[in-house]
Write a protein that binds this ligand. Structure first.
Ligand SMILES: *Cc1c(COP(=O)(O)O)cnc(C)c1O
Length: 377
């Protein structure tokens, strides 16, 4: 069994993807070909925002957005302590200080109350200027933007939605990648909407941010002329081949893949309801795109041993994430290494992610659950 079965997905989509790739090869416009703008238009419409700008990967998408927001030296950027490294790496790469905030134990996402506590602490200390929040839609479920937006408004903070895992999710009828002043996603192959290499995108309703990001992506070019460089930018583009692949994958994403992962999550919920595991909770008004199905093991369970047992049954499992952000070596000994995040500490010790993708069958889910039960017993 595969953790996220991209080969099975390709077997379903082979004809359309092969033909889309062949078209790009024949057409020869490998950078900024027409498929790139076509994809951006479709993604912006889907997310319900005015602008979508594709780029080279999800990490660049965050960094470019923070650059456009003017984040840099002396700024505090609030980031959940429980996330993938890039969420904190991007602000740090611009000279800002990530301030790690604890998460909610049920949703795994940033706690608005803990966010406010961290903002007040930074203001009182007076060393850094509270500037922006990077809220992460962890495992596919949007962060609590009802609460987070209130804190952002109260303290005049910019909001960046890191939707690398969240594309396709919803909150109160609004789609993920529409909640931030700027929102981002990743098309890394294993994300809910993945390409066949690296890729990313940025979403915003703000015309000024959009123009700035379009410039920054292509060496700080001026609006019209590619060889008139008016600022220092980077080279970060989604290539035409990836855009053509994504156009095809995006069609089935909306047609049935999102439904399928939600169905698979329902099977897990049903099969594991008496297992003694804590199952993922999707609160009222939220909809997940199920980047991961993550359970919490009971106190005392030996996770490594359990994973080994599952492996012996042919079932891959993963630990997202084994280490709080503030304990990552890159942050130890810096101001970002100081954080009070007991929930994250606890989660890092007990979470376990199970195989999840749109092509899982009911029998496979049942087998995973039976083996898990056997291991727990
Ligand atoms: C994957 C991921 C990223 C980075 O995306 P890449 O395309 O791999 O650069 C950023 N944030 C989160 C939460 C992610 O899961």
């Amino acid at each position: 069994m595969e953790f996220r079965d991209l080969k099975r997905q390709y077997a379903h989509l082979k004809d359309r993807i092969d033909s889309a790739v062949a078209d790009v090869m024949a057409d020869g416009r490998f950078i900024s070909g027409p498929q790139v703008a076509q994809l951006e238009k479709a993604l912006a419409e889907y997310a319900g925002v005015k602008h979508c700008i594709t780029c080279a990967n999800g990490t660049d998408a965050i960094t470019l957005s923070l650059m456009a927001m003017g984040v840099g030296d002396g700024d505090a950027v609030f980031v959940p302590d429980f996330t993938f490294f890039a969420s904190g790496e991007s602000p740090a790469s611009l000279g800002a200080t990530p301030v790690f905030v604890d998460v909610d134990e049920r949703s795994f996402n940033m706690s608005p109350e803990e966010l406010e506590r961290a903002v007040v602490r930074v203001k009182e200390e007076g060393k850094l200027v509270p500037k922006a929040v990077v809220a992460v839609d962890l495992f596919g479920c949007p962060a609590d933007y009802r609460g987070i937006k209130q804190v952002c408004e109260k303290y005049s903070l910019l909001l960046l939605e890191d939707g690398a895992q969240g594309f396709g999710g919803m909150l109160d009828g609004k789609r993920a990648c529409s909640f931030g002043d700027v929102s981002t996603t990743s098309f890394f192959p294993a994300k809910p909407l993945g390409c066949y290499g690296d890729g990313g995108a940025i979403f915003t309703d703000n015309d000024d941010y959009a123009a700035m990001i379009r410039s920054l992506c292509v060496h700080g070019k001026s609006g019209e002329d590619k060889y008139d460089n008016i600022r220092i930018g980077v080279n970060s583009r989604l290539d035409t081949m990836q855009a053509a692949i994504l156009i095809e994958k995006f069609k089935v994403f909306g047609e049935y893949e999102l439904d399928r992962v939600n169905e698979a999550a329902g099977w897990y919920d049903e099969c594991l309801k008496e297992s003694g595991l804590m199952l993922p909770v999707i609160a009222e008004g939220f909809y997940s795109s199920w980047a991961q199905y993550t359970v919490k093991l009971p106190a005392g369970a030996d996770r490594a041993e359990l994973q080994q047992f599952m492996k012996s049954k042919g079932i891959p499992t993963m630990v997202y994430y084994p280490k709080p952000m503030h304990r990552q070596g890159a942050f130890v000994g810096t101001d970002s290494g100081i954080a009070d995040c007991p929930v994250t500490e606890q989660l890092c010790g007990c979470v376990l992610s199970l195989p999840m993708h749109p092509y899982l069958t009911y029998d496979e889910v049942k087998y995973v659950c039976e083996c898990l039960q056997e291991a727990l017993d």
